[in-house]
Design a binder for this molecule. Structure first.
Ligand code: ATR
Length: 265
């Protein structure tokens, strides 16, 4: 029986065990999946203990994704682009890290049948949540990605960091930045990757901005972003699909088989 876990602080709210146990049942793979609360100053020790005791794979959540990135001996390209790791495993005494958040979002959008190929995508926010998804969205065929942030300089430095990855493996995608107030024109998909929904604050978008589909990365709480989109009669979805999607991708990285996101949802 394989042992997996998700590590974070706090961790009690995590739904990863339910999701991975559902995947295990579906794929007939026997597994344990625990929640590990790591003390804020003992992330690395807790990871080493888990693998020393025979653990097969770890998911990493807030606030440790960047520490996980720094701990790895080997990183996938998408983990390097994200500068964060949410999926760890050991091979020949070396720690390997991947980031499946962006693939999770792409999986969720595909399941919704929202068009990514040749699309114009607007991402609100320029923090870690945005950094994790830009390269996978570009690789999924986005023609144009605009990153709009309250503080434009932060979006500019994010684009500077990500540009080498885009030139390397998604040359057809153009990346640019904007402030929120200057946004105008039409996008196929708008994605809210700000933390505004988490603290309940509203994001005000210009009246002239239009879009066909609206995705909220957060989940579980009513969000003013979703309300705004609904008032425009635009189809909406929240981040539960992305959560299950990133879990499915991590399950694939560890076990080599792809579980169904739809049945887990
Ligand atoms: P995360 O890792 O979740 O992305 P973060 O790195 O703290 O979190 O980034 C939060 C993002 O949400 C930032 O882009 C932030 O904008 P600023 O860079 O201008 O601070 C954005 N954000 C948070 N609250 C917001 C609000 N009320 N309106 C607009 N943007 C907001």
């Amino acid at each position: 029986i394989k042992k997996f876990a998700v590590i974070g602080n706090p961790i009690a709210h995590s739904r990863s065990p339910e999701i991975h146990q559902a995947f295990g049942r579906e794929m007939s793979i026997r597994l344990h999946y625990d929640k590990i609360l790591a003390p804020l100053d003992q992330f690395a020790d807790t990871v080493h203990d888990f693998f020393a005791q025979g653990g097969s794979g770890l998911n990493v959540t807030v606030p440790f994704k960047e520490q996980a990135f720094l701990l790895c001996n080997h990183l996938t390209e998408r983990a390097k682009a994200a500068h964060a790791v949410n999926t760890l495993w050991m091979e020949k005494d070396q720690i390997h890290g991947d980031n499946t958040d962006g693939a999770g979002l792409v999986n969720a959008l595909n399941l919704l049948n929202w068009p990514l190929d040749n699309s114009r995508i607007l991402i609100l926010g320029a923090g870690g949540a945005t950094r994790g998804v830009v390269l996978p969205l570009a690789q999924a065929g986005a023609l144009e990605i605009v990153i709009a942030n309250r503080t434009q300089s932060r979006a500019d430095s994010l684009v500077a960091d990500l540009s080498p990855f885009i030139s390397q493996s998604a040359q057809n995608t153009s990346l640019s930045t904007s402030t929120l107030v200057d946004l105008t024109g039409h996008f196929d998909i708008i994605i809210n990757a700000t933390s505004a929904s988490l603290d309940g604050s509203a994001i005000t978008l210009p009246y002239t901005l239009t879009f066909d589909y609206a995705y909220e990365m957060a989940y579980g709480k009513p969000s003013s972003f979703i309300e705004h989109a609904k008032q425009k009669d635009v189809p909406t979805a929240d981040g539960l699909g992305m959560l299950v999607g990133q879990a499915a991708e991590a399950f694939f990285v560890w076990n080599g088989v792809r579980p169904s996101i739809e049945s887990a949802l």
